[in-house]
Every structure is written in structure tokens, then in C-alpha cells.
Write a protein that binds this ligand. Sequence first.
Ligand SMILES: C[S@@+](CC[C@H](N)C(=O)[O-])C[C@H]1O[C@@H](n2cnc3c(N)ncnc32)[C@H](O)[C@@H]1O
Length: 215
Amino acid sequence: MRLRHKPWAKEYMEAQEHIFIPNPDQLKGKWAEEFGNDHPLFIEVGSGKGQFILGMAKQYPDVNFIAIELFESVAVSIVQKLVDTPMPNVRVLTVDAKQLVEYFEAGEVDRVYLNFSDPWPKTRHAKRRLTYKTFLATYEAVLPKGGEIHFKTDNRGLFEYSLQSMSQYGMFFTEISLDLHADEPEDNVRTEYEERFSALGQPIYRMEAVFRPKN
Ligand SMILES: C[S@@+](CC[C@H](N)C(=O)[O-])C[C@H]1O[C@@H](n2cnc3c(N)ncnc32)[C@H](O)[C@@H]1O
């Protein structure tokens, strides 16, 4: 993701109440109140400019969605789109996924999406991959027992690593595709990166991984 300096982003986002949440720790355990309903809550970690989460929110109006994006200069694009086309079932947070437990109670999140996460190809950077075991533990802590991660990438190395990391963590897989677009499901919502890499002829890898319930 190319980062552009946008010094106005924070102030602009903070003015958009009920789109951007500046202090998400205050809503821990209270997201149903914030949305005004008890619909399922799906989060996307590393939402980029939001094409996926906004497409999903449109397709599934009875699901609440939260975009988690580290950088304000990137997340502001999601907020701008929501200002142009309001959607009551989306909120945006600019926080680091490693701190999810500060913002969500155990079991408060119903599903985690990871799309085209940064691959961090150097072994010494493995801990930064969003499927490294410490991140998996964080997702597990906010999901219900048997919670799911849905993962897409163009990066074969990251896909292989993630299968291994999740498997070593004790997760199992209910879906694995090595070429999602060869027979693209009708309900697939493409991300920005997915469009870009697919246009270059690269296969898109996808999996659904499930945490094995612990006693
Ligand atoms: C390569 S982009 C993919 C964007 C989008 N998901 C897509 O598929 O088009 C990865 C995004 O993840 C964000 N990101 C990386 N690490 C993160 C973290 N620890 N917490 C939240 N967001 C993160 C980056 O800032 C970047 O915008």
C-alpha cells in the first residue's frame, strides 16, 4: 500500500461520528449498542481503502462490519467513501491488529477476514505476518469457540506459510482454493489488490480456517 502523507486525515475522520471510532477501547463489549442491533460482527484486518468491506456491507446489510486499518492516511479513503454513500453497518478503526483484545470482548467478533496481507517475505520479519501465531492467538481471543478466519492472497509464499502456521496452531481448513478466479463464486467480493493481481494473470489463493474448540 503506497502511503501518502495526509496531515488532515485524523481531523477529518474524527468529525465523522458513527463512521470513524477514535477511542474503540470505550466500546469493548458494547459494539451491539454502537450499531443499535445484535447482528453478527465481522472484522477485516488490514482493510486498505475498503473496497472489500464496503462491498460486503452492501451485500450483507444484516451483518455489522468493522474495518481495521493501521494507517490513517489509508483508512481515510474508507471514511470518505462512507461519507459519500452512508452505510449504517460499517465502522472504521485505525488501530494495530495486535491490540484487538483491547477493543473486543471474548467472542464479540464473529468472523475475521484477512485479505492480501503484507507478505513480509524475509524470515526475520515472520512475526509481522498477520498469520503469525501471536496474531492467531489475538483473533482466537476475540472470536467465539470454533471461530473462522477467511483469507485471500496473491502471494504463494504467504499462503503456504499461513497454512503451516494455522495448522501448527491447531486450526483446520474447510475451504482451500489455489485459483479462486478459475471458477469465481458469485458472491466473491474482490478487494483492490485482488483486482490488481488478477488483472496481471496471477492466481488468487483463498482459504477458510477454523479454530479448534479448546476445553
Ligand atoms: C497490502 S494491503 C491490502 C489492502 C486490502 N486488504 C486489499 O486486499 O486490497 C495490507 C493493508 O494491511 C494494513 N496492515 C498491515 N498490518 C496491519 C496491522 N497490524 N493492523 C492493521 N492493519 C494492518 C496495511 O496498512 C495495508 O493497508
